[in-house]
Design a protein around this ligand. Structure first.
Ligand code: ADP
Ligand code: MG
Length: 369
């Protein structure tokens, strides 16, 4: 099944080809026809599997006229920007898009919203502009929640429901996420939305991700990470920690050992974080040491390695973390470092996700403390 057979126009197909996108991914094959049929959808498919194009392509084909036809909500401004970019890259000139998020001035967004066919934004500012009647949603045909699971995790439920109350009843609702939490299904029930559910199992994704764990002694954890970073052929790497303090401490230790690592955490200003993400995207920084919260907006393609310096709390977080590596045909490796007292927590994750032990010997290089 190729893009033409899914109903994507020749113009868009050639646009995609220029970006090296020639074959639809699983989630695209399964969702695009259903979206064209006008169904409400709940789509569960892992990070990096191509969800953005899965909802964007049919909308790009269908949207026309001068008014706002589609509203896409994302949990972070970085994601909002990425989604807008992907839509703009693939849509004809006549389709106007605007990106709406907080922390910047209102005016350009208000001007943009006046002529936008597609509005992409974060819940706070979108709600704000809806209340001010600056986004006309009276002709809205598509409502999309991207990363719906993270949206609820981040506490946007209240804003979401307020936003929904502004939207016309007759529209197509498309909910996408790496996991579909119960709270989301309940929300659908409350609004009498009965979406068709599509779940792409991990085994259906064409992935090249080698995920495993290794046991380490507490006092050798830094040396282990250092050795792994030194010995691997890597492009970009993300090292996950549980606390902001650990990100600072660890990035500092890695730098002392000659590894160009930078921390990314919620204590940093939005501006500083964006700067960091941009440098990471450009490859100026090769290793980011981050908390889960800070890494939320990091959906970057060239990540080859994910290291869990600290074990995550849940299987969902684990899946989100490792999903950063090995996206779309690139090879990736994800290694979780386990101390003795992490085992209980890790066992709970392993019950849901199959994770083998690393079978290779690592010849430890001592790291400077
Ligand atoms: P998700 O939203 O599921 O996490 P994205 O939509 O962000 O994933 O896609 C991840 C990456 O894969 C993006 O860089 C995107 O351009 C690329 N991609 C999407 N669809 C395809 C495809 N059919 N073929 C190749 N690359 C693709
Ligand atoms: Mg996405």
């Amino acid at each position: 099944m190729n893009f033409e057979e899914l109903g994507i126009s020749e113009r868009t197909v050639s646009q995609l080809k220029q970006q090296g996108i020639t074959e639809p991914t699983e989630v695209q094959k399964k969702s695009i026809p259903e979206i064209f049929e006008g169904k409400d959808m709940l789509v569960e498919s892992e990070t990096g599997s191509g969800k953005t194009l899965a909802f964007s392509l049919p909308i790009i084909e269908k949207v026309s006229g001068d008014d706002t036809k589609a509203l896409v909500l994302t949990p972070t401004r970085e994601l909002a920007k990425q989604v807008s970019e992907e839509i703009e890259k693939n849509s004809p000139d006549k389709i106007e898009t605007v990106t709406i998020y907080g922390g910047v001035s209102y005016d350009p967004q208000i001007q943009g919203a006046k002529k936008a066919n597609i509005v992409v934004g974060t819940p706070g500012r979108v709600l704000d502009l809806l209340k001010q009647k600056k986004i006309d949603v009276s002709g809205l045909e598509y409502f999309i929640l991207d990363e719906a699971d993270r949206m609820l995790d981040m506490g946007f439920q209240d804003e979401l429901e307020q936003i929904i109350s502004f939207l016309p009843d007759e529209k197509q609702n498309l909910l996408f996420g790496a996991t579909i939490p119960r709270a989301l299904k309940k929300m659908c029930d409350r609004y009498d939305i009965e979406p068709e559910t599509i779940r792409i199992k991990a085994s259906e994704h064409t992935r090249n991700l080698d995920a495993k764990y290794m046991n380490v002694k507490k006092n050798e954890k830094l040396s282990t990470l250092y050795t792994l970073l030194e010995e691997r052929e890597r492009d970009l790497s993300i090292v996950f920690c549980q606390t902001k303090n650990t990100t600072r401490w660890l990035a500092d230790k890695l730098r002392k050992n000659g590894i160009d690592a930078q921390e990314l955490n919620g204590d940093m200003s939005q501006h500083k974080r964006e700067e960091m993400v941009e440098k990471f995207e450009n490859g100026e920084i090769k290793v980011i040491v981050a908390t889960d919260v800070a890494a939320r907006g990091l959906d970057i393609d060239n990540v080859t390695h994910v290291f869990n310096y600290d074990v995550p709390d849940t299987a969902d977080t684990y899946t989100h973390r490792i999903g950063r590596a090995g996206r779309q045909g690139r090879e990736g490796e994800a290694i979780t470092l386990l101390e003795r007292n992490d085992h209980d927590k890790f066992r709970r994750i392993k019950r849901k996700v199959d994770i083998p032990r690393m079978d290779e010997e690592v010849d430890l290089k001592d790291a400077k403390m």
